[in-house]
Every structure is written in C-alpha cells, then in structure tokens.
Design a binder for this molecule. Structure first.
Ligand SMILES: [Zn+2]
Ligand SMILES: [Zn+2]
Length: 895
C-alpha cells in the first residue's frame, strides 16, 4: 500500500462514527458464522434467550459483553466459534404486557378471543425481537444471526412437544391436584420465580371453634380468617399438655357448623399462636402435607378469580377480602373472635401484576423431577459439568437433592400449547407430537386439546439442544452439541441451569454444556442494587451514546470475577472512556512518528539492543502469558485490569515517553519497531474487550505497515497474541524497575516542593550492583526526571549528606536531592508564610467558636466533635509548615 493511501486518524475518538461501520463489515464478511471443521474442536455458547418484554438493561449488557469476550477470544485462537442468539416468548410476562395494552383501550383478552389475542401478541413479540437484535448489535455482540432462534419457532416448538410426549410416555409427566402459587388476576399458576415476597404488616386473628362433645372452645390463630371455611381439621402437637385430652375429639366450624376432627401432628409448632393450628389443605402448602399424612379431605372454597364458591356457604360470591370483613363481623357478633394482634409476615405477590398470591390446590401438569435430578447431580459430582465459581456447586446439590415436582402447566394463551387431547367418549388422554385425528384408546374423533400452555421455563430447559435442531439429527447438533459454556446470572442457577442439565441428559443422553459460568449482579457505585425506583440504573443505550460501546463494555466487566456483584457508575464509565482515548492518542502518536521516519526505520527485525526495548518486550510477553492463564480460568475482569495497567502505565506513560527521547534525537537504533510491535499486540489483546476502537486503530496501523496487505482482513480473525518466552529479560527488568523508581522519587520531590516544570534540579544516585548498568542510562533519567546534573555513584563511596539534603532510600538505590538551589527560596518563603497566615486565621475562628458557650450548648455533640477535629488537623498542618520554613531558612543560611 502506497504512502498516498495513508490517512491520518482524527485527533479525537468519536465512537459513534466507527461502531456501525465495523459491525456491518464483520457481518458482511461472515465472521460471526463458524464453519464446521471436523478437525477442530468448536467453542460454543448458546445465548440465554432474552425475554421479548422490552428494552435491554444493564444486566443484558453484562451478559452480552461477557459472552462476546469469550467468543471473540476463542475465535482469535482459531477455534470455530458459535454464539447462537435467541429470544424467549416469556409466557406470562408478555401476556400481561399485551393485556395491559388492551386494557388501555377498554378491552380484555376474552373480548377479542384467543386467536386474535395470540395474533396481537405475535405482533408485539416480533417488534420486540427486532429491538433486542438491534441492541445486541449496538453492543458489538458477535453472534451468528443466521442461526438466531425464538422459543416459539417451529424447531424449538417441535422439541417441546417431543420432550413432553417422551416424558409422558415414561410416566415422568402426570396430571394431578397440587398446591400452586395462584394469581387471581392473571388466573394462572405461577412458578416460585414469578412470585415476589413482600413483608406485610397484617393481623393475627384468634378464632374460637366450639367443642362438640362438651362446652368450651379451641382457639386457633390465623392471618387469613376467611380460609376457615375450608378447614378440615384442627391440629395440635402430641406433646402439648394443653391439648392432651382433646386429641381425637372434634370441633364445629363457626357459622357453618361443619364438624372437623382434632388431630395430633409432630409438625405443629407449639409456640405459634395458641399451639392449635387450623388445617386448610386446599389453600396452604403446609396444611396440605398435614392433610396427606392424615387422609383429610380437601375443601376448595375459591373460584379462580378469588371470589368465594359454593363451598363457602353464605359467603358464596364475595371477593376474598370482602369475605374476610364479613367473616370477622359475623364472628364478632357470635363472640367467637377472641382477639386481634398486629402481625408482620411475608406474603407472596404476582411478579407481573403485584396481586396477592393465593396458594391453591388445583389440577395441573407436573414433571416428576426426582429421577431426572439424579442424573443431573451425578454429572456435576463427576465434574463433567463444572460450575464457576465453585461455591455454587453446594447450592446446586442442596436444591437438587430436595427437588419438588415441577408444575409445568399455565392457564395462559401465550406459549406452547400442552400437546395433550382429552377424549369426550372414553375420557382418556392422548399425548402426541403431531395433532392427532382420533383418540388412540377408542378411536373416537371427539377429542379436545388441553387449553393450557407450558411454563415458559419448559422450552428454556431444552434451549441448548432445541436451538441446534433436536429432535432432528442435524449437522449442527452433531458438531456443536454439547456446548462449551453456559453463561448466566447466579440467580437462575436452579430455575434454568439445573433444568437444562436435567432435560439435556434426558433428551440427548449427553450433558448440555461443559462449564456453567455464573456472573454477579450489577450494583451502583455505592453498592446499592440498581432499580428504576432508586433512579440509579445504567441505561445501556444512553451510556453508549455518551461514552461509546467500548467504554461501556470495559466498565461493566473490568475488575469483575465470577459470581461476585460489581459496582458500576459514571466515574467507572468515565475512566474507561479515558482509557480508550489514551489508546487512541498513543496510536496517533505512533502513526505520526512512522510517517515522519519513513518505512526503513520500523521494519527491521526485532533485536532489542537497548535496555528499554528489552524491557517492553519482556513485559509484554509476561502480560500475554498472564492474560492467557486468566482467560482460561474465566478471570476476564482481572485480565482486563492487567492489560489496562500495562497499556496505560508501562507502555504509554513509560515506554512511549522514553522512546520520544530517541525519536527527538533521531538516534539509532530507532524505537519505532518496538512501538509498533507493542501497539499491534496490545490492540489484539484488547480486541475481545473493546472490539470497535481496536479494529479502527488496528486497521489504520495495518495501512501504514509495508506488509499490511498480507495481514488478516480484521483484528477479530487475527490470532490472539501468544507469549514469547525468549523475550523474557529479567536483568533488563531489574534495571528498568530501578530507573522508574528513581525517576518517580525525584518527580515526587519536585511535586512536593512545587518546583516549576521547566526547572532542572540537581540529584545524586548511589547504588551498588546496578552501578555499571545505571550509568549508561544517565541521559534517560535526566530527561525523565528533569534533573541535571545527575551523578550516579557507587554506594561504597557515599559522601556524608548535609541536613539540607533530601535523602530517599529505594530498593536498589539511594537518591539525594540538595534542597539548596532546588527551590526559589524567596518565592517559597512567601508561599509558606502566606499559607501559615491563612491557617492561623482559620484556627482563630474555630477556637472562638469552640469557646462560645451558646454554640456548645446548642450544637449536637457530633458537630462539636467535628469542629474539634478540624482544629487539630489545622494545628498539624501549621506544625509541618513551620518545619518546612525553618528548613528553608537553614539552607539559605548555609549557602
Ligand atoms: Zn398476576
Ligand atoms: Zn377415547
């Protein structure tokens, strides 16, 4: 490429100008679509499907960035890398959004019917998917859009039906009456994940149940008095002396007069309420367990909308809270309400509509999970599936060993319809992958499909294999399954990850992925949880507009470690942007130097002669070795921090500054080959984290290089740097460390004594073993520390210092800086005098305040304490100023 094509890069980095350009370029080149190569092991991440309910938030941005880092890194290592993107129909969440939109027009879903409602929801979902795709593209996600999937696509839907029927045929899916979390507004069962627990200040009501065999009562305490209508027993602890004589007797339910037994059960907590517990098996999970132990009947007293049904006798038709009021009034009338106490307790609410949950027994479909969990425990025990960080392994076992059957039916319209048909003639069930024409038992054509849909997590549990074509035997499934890494938040380890392992093993006989990587949650700068209410949420789109994608990605991930929460705010975003700018400016400087010096100077072989060149080569090799190890251990945040430290400090602040000395004096050998080499490697090292700016700069650099046309077409397919052990130069590192230490110490003194930047100051360095290595570097130290004359001497021949000399003892050297001549004595004296006068004035004010009786009487003690502290800080400062003044005066007397 000729010189005429070299364009200078702009002075300031404007991310908005290049991000789209490079993303489109990558897509056009097909880099995101891996080729199946049987000779190579692929790297695979199936993206956790994003819910089609709206905008991407900071959590999505974190997930996408971490996954992109992994995929880009593996791709640069030459592995066929697949990152398969997708979206989730998100059952109830999406249905509620569309219902709300309908409500704004004064309609309900029943007004428009199932078909029309589903059509509207598809419309909404498609728009939302488009939006999600665009936002992932904004983030630079290098996922394979040609393989994008949606949980309701034909492929994944067939996988859902196939998995269901297979489990049903094995007897691992059954229909039964079980306790579920019921939302009376959404009128569906909810998973535990869809329930939000809130602390409620309520009441504990003490109700008297009259004994049937003799006079008197048993008093029970409850927070939900209306449920007494569904009681089928009163339970007491068999060791509770108070109720010894009442066991196996009976009571009569107030108002409705139904007779129920008093039973003994070890599970009754004698310290709650009166120690006698009302048992309402149809509306309380613990009571249901008691009822099953004692073969008690179930009495359901509510309709699906939480109004009372015929079992509630005189209260039929009342809404549950109205019923509570009425029940309480009636009990009071009959003097059966003993007392009411305030009582705080945790109450479940629907996560989508905030309605209070009603625990309710209902007829639902369940997966028998215990047999599935057994295999899923085994593969983690055998470390065939690794969970990172490891502390979650124990949590996983705890959950899996105590697993309960999984309620998979939802009374919704949006989702995968349950593939079950009920026969109107023989009443038997036909479960089928394809729509059956007749009952498989009696051949009747009178069959009706179950109206319910499956829990949205059912299709998510199949995601790793359904996205690759299962149940068909496809090339993708054979090559890319099992996946490499499943990356997600630790909060859904159980709801999702555990189920993927169970279903993957069940359907394919293989684990779904080798490693589970769990990231933490993003918190704000002070460690608070981000929420719309607090107003501390980072909106990815806004942050991208303000700081650029690379800065956002860097801020979200740098310093993170698996499973730990991470604090992010404006200042982290700003410092990430500063880093991008630093990289930009360094590249700009190097490109300009290349233009100025002509090609010969920087195309020579890398044979470092100079100590600083050996040092930067050695340091970058060390960095690469360390980064490789960290990436393999999933410590991306630490890898970023180390690259940051190297680029910012070692490369930009030290090496480039040192190189400038040689560039200015045009002395040979030129440092340009090392500048170019280190920059080029740094850009590749940073690419997985900051894809856009590194591509832009790498392409500019490539244009400047004589062999540029032979280089890969993009940094994203260039090989990730590997460490060159031959470059390690411990001796050069020791010398450079010492030089840096000396320069830093002199710079500190200059800052402390406010020496003008243009002023040269004198210094002596005493050293031992390094003497012969440091002397040739005198010029470099002089220029970097602005110190002249600088003499480097043998420690053995050290002269005694005067008391006006500043002495700094370092690791390998001692630095002596004579104070005389360093500072402009008169100006310094004036400055110190002025400062001490100001301090005295402020002290006088404080002292006056602290001796003012009125102030002391009125002010809170912490305020007084603060004022006293201020005073002591000032006293300290004054003392130090006086010392500096006297040192100054003695040095002036000396000369
Ligand atoms: Zn609800
Ligand atoms: Zn039949």
């Amino acid at each position: 490429m000729g010189l005429e094509s070299m364009s200078e890069i702009p002075k300031a980095y404007e991310p908005g100008k290049i991000e789209k350009k490079w993303y489109d370029f990558w897509v056009r080149q097909g880099y995101f679509t891996p080729k199946i190569d049987q000779g190579k092991k692929p790297f695979v991440i199936i993206m956790p499907p994003t819910n089609v309910t709206g905008e991407l938030h900071h959590g999505h941005a974190l997930t996408a960035t971490l996954e992109d880092i992994m995929v880009r890194w593996h791709r640069m290592r030459g592995e066929p890398s697949l990152w398969l993107p997708g979206t989730d129909h998100a059952g109830i969440a999406t249905q509620v959004v569309v219902e709300r939109q309908l409500a704004e027009q004064g309609q309900t879903k029943d007004d428009i019917g199932r078909e029309e409602f589903t059509r509207l929801t598809w419309e909404w979902a498609n728009k939302s998917r488009e939006n999600i795709r665009r936002q992932h593209q904004l983030l630079g996600a290098s996922c394979d859009w040609t393989r994008e999937k949606f949980t309701l696509d034909e492929g994944p839907s067939k996988a859902v039906r196939t998995a269901f029927v297979s489990l049903y045929d094995k007897g691992l899916i059954y229909r039964g009456e079980r306790m579920v979390n019921w939302c009376p507004r959404c009128q569906t069962a909810l998973s535990d994940l869809e329930v939000e627990h809130k602390d409620i200040v309520g009441h504990l009501y003490y109700i008297r149940y009259p004994l049937t065999q003799r006079k008197g009562f048993v008093t029970v305490a409850t927070t939900r008095p209306e449920t007494f209508l569904g009681d089928t027993a009163v339970a007491v602890n068999p060791r509770d002396k108070r109720y010894e004589n009442l066991i196996d007797k009976s009571v009569s339910l107030p108002i409705i007069g139904r007779e129920i037994p008093i039973i003994a059960d070890d599970a009754v907590d004698t310290s709650f309420g009166t120690g006698a517990l009302k048992i309402t098996p149809a509306h309380d999970p613990t009571d249901l367990e008691v009822a099953q132990r004692h073969n008690l009947p179930l009495v359901d007293i509510m309709n699906p909308d939480a109004t009372m049904n015929e079992n509630a006798g005189p209260y039929q038709g009342l809404e549950r809270f109205a019923c509570r009021e009425q029940v309480l009034a009636d009990l009071k009338d009959k003097k059966l309400l003993e007392k009411i106490e305030p009582y705080s307790h945790s109450v479940g609410h629907c996560g989508r509509c905030q309605t209070m949950i009603e625990p309710k027994v209902s007829l639902q479909w369940f997966v028998r999970t215990q047999p599935l969990a057994k295999a899923a425990i085994e593969v983690v025990k055998e470390a065939r599936v690794a969970i990172i960080p490891e502390r979650f392994v124990k949590i996983y076992f705890d959950w899996m060993e105590n697993i309960r059957d999984w309620c998979i039916s939802r009374q919704l319209w949006w989702g995968h319809r349950i593939p079950v048909w009920y026969c109107q003639d023989c009443a038997k069930v036909t479960a089928s992958v394809d729509e059956p024409v007749a009952c498989i038992h009696c051949g009747s054509k009178q069959i009706i499909q179950d109206p319910d849909v499956l829990d949205t997590w059912f299709s998510s549990a199949l995601w790793p294999h359904s996205t690759l074509g299962w149940p068909e035997d496809t090339d993708d499934l054979r090559y890319f399954y099992p996946g490499s890494v499943m990356e997600t938040g630790y909060d859904i380890l159980f709801f999702w990850v555990a189920r993927m392992i169970m279903m993957g093993l069940e359907d394919t006989g293989e684990i779904p992925f080798h490693t589970v990587y769990l990231h933490g949650l993003i918190r704000d700068e002070s460690g608070e949880k981000m929420s719309k209410l607090r107003g501390n949420v980072i909106n990815p789109a806004e942050a991208i507009g303000k700081y650029g994608v690379d800065a956002l990605r860097f801020a979200l991930t740098t310093g993170t470690s698996p499973g730990n929460d991470i604090n992010v705010g404006e200042s982290k975003l700003e410092s990430s942007r500063n880093f991008v700018n630093k990289l930009w400016n360094a590249t700009r400087f190097i490109l300009q130097s290349m233009d100025a010096e002509g090609p010969e100077a920087w195309t020579t072989q890398l044979q470092p002669q100079k100590i600083e060149d050996q040092w930067i080569n050695s340091q970058s090799s060390r960095l690469i070795r360390s980064v490789t190890g960290l990436m393999e251990a999933f410590q991306f945040g630490e890898a970023e921090q180390q690259i940051y430290g190297f680029v910012w400090s070692k490369f930009c602040d030290w090496y480039i500054e040192i190189a400038k000395i040689r560039l200015h004096s045009q002395s040979a050998p030129s440092p340009l080959p090392f500048l170019v080499n280190t920059l080029e490697k740094s850009l590749r090292l940073l690419h997985p984290f900051m894809p856009f700016v590194t591509e832009e700069l790498w392409q500019s650099l490539k244009q400047h290089l004589p062999g540029g046309s032979q280089m890969p077409a993009s940094t994203m397919i260039a090989p990730y740097p590997f460490a060159d052990d031959k470059a390690f130069a411990p001796e050069a590192e020791r010398v450079m460390d010492s030089i840096i230490e000396v320069v830093r110490s002199i710079r500190n003194i200059r800052a402390q004594y406010k020496v003008k930047p243009s002023k040269w100051i004198e210094a002596r360095v005493y050293t031992g073993e390094l003497l012969s290595r440091l002397i040739p570097q005198t010029d470099m130290i002089e220029i970097l520390a602005k110190t002249r004359p600088l003499t480097i001497l043998d420690r053995q021949k050290r002269e005694s210092t005067k008391d006006t000399d500043l002495v700094l003892v370092l690791k390998e050297a001692e630095v002596v800086v004579p104070l005389a001549g360093m500072v402009d004595r008169l100006a310094e004296e004036q400055r110190l005098t002025k400062e001490s006068r100001e301090i005295k004035e402020r002290m006088a004010q404080l002292e006056a305040r602290l001796s003012d009786k009125a102030f002391l009487n009125k002010a809170p003690s912490q305020v007084v304490e603060k004022e006293k502290q201020k005073l002591s800080v000032l006293e300290d400062k004054l003392k130090r100023l006086n010392q500096e003044l006297s040192q100054l005066n003695s040095s002036s007397a000396d000369s």
